[in-house]
Design a protein around this ligand. Sequence first.
Ligand SMILES: [Zn+2]
Length: 272
Amino acid sequence: MLHFIAVTAPIIYTLTIMTLIDTHCHLYSEEFTEDIDMVIQKAEAVGVKKFYLPAIDSTAIDTMIALEERYPGRCIAMMGLHPCYVKGNYVDELQIVAGWLAKRKFAAIGEIGLDYYWDRSFIKEQEAAFRVQMEWAIQYNLPIVIHTRNAMQETINMVKEYSGRGLRGIFHCFGGSIESAQEIIKAGFYLGIGGVLTYKKAGLASVLEEVDLEHMVLETDAPYLTPVPFRGKRNESSYLKYIIEKLAEVKKVPVEEVAAVTTANAEKIFGA
Ligand SMILES: [Zn+2]
């Protein structure tokens, strides 16, 4: 016998709080020393639950790790040597990176890559540093977070040599063409989407119209690359709100969907 029971559903007013991950933010930099607790609070109020901190060079490691200790499980450090900091002493710098990698676990090796924009005098060294750090990522089974500027194709070509061996990760601050996006995705990598999406001139919106959300993660790169409407001011993780709103508009889906997909992607990459 079937009983049909009328159930009166209680009316529940749920406040939809999205869960977001800032996959790339330099919250340990001196721009935040005055008000870091407020910056984290503001970000958490809009749903940011994790903050991934990319390394730069040896001078910034202590403050990065101090921030991680202040916010365990929320601020999570990476380790690596940024291409703009590959100089004459890069072998010593890499030795410090290697020492840390052997000592404890990090979320990723980053940010690493090639930057032909600021200074071309250490291009050979940048490539060597990138290579060895990709080898370490494979050795430690860690994702990489890539910085590339004026060197997109060179970076993609180098990454391809390693992706067949299981190397994975993020092209941070992606601002390339649809062809580059397709090559990156084919190599199994994700696109880090940040404030550049809100800059009209960058033309990134029309590229991302043709890219599935399955291949994207969100980032601020705070304190840099501040999204509209705060462009020109210091960037911070709560501004992820403006990036996600713009991405939802571009993809013509609700912000909740952008949040769910990109957060799942980030968790997959970092193994959270
Ligand atoms: Zn960065």
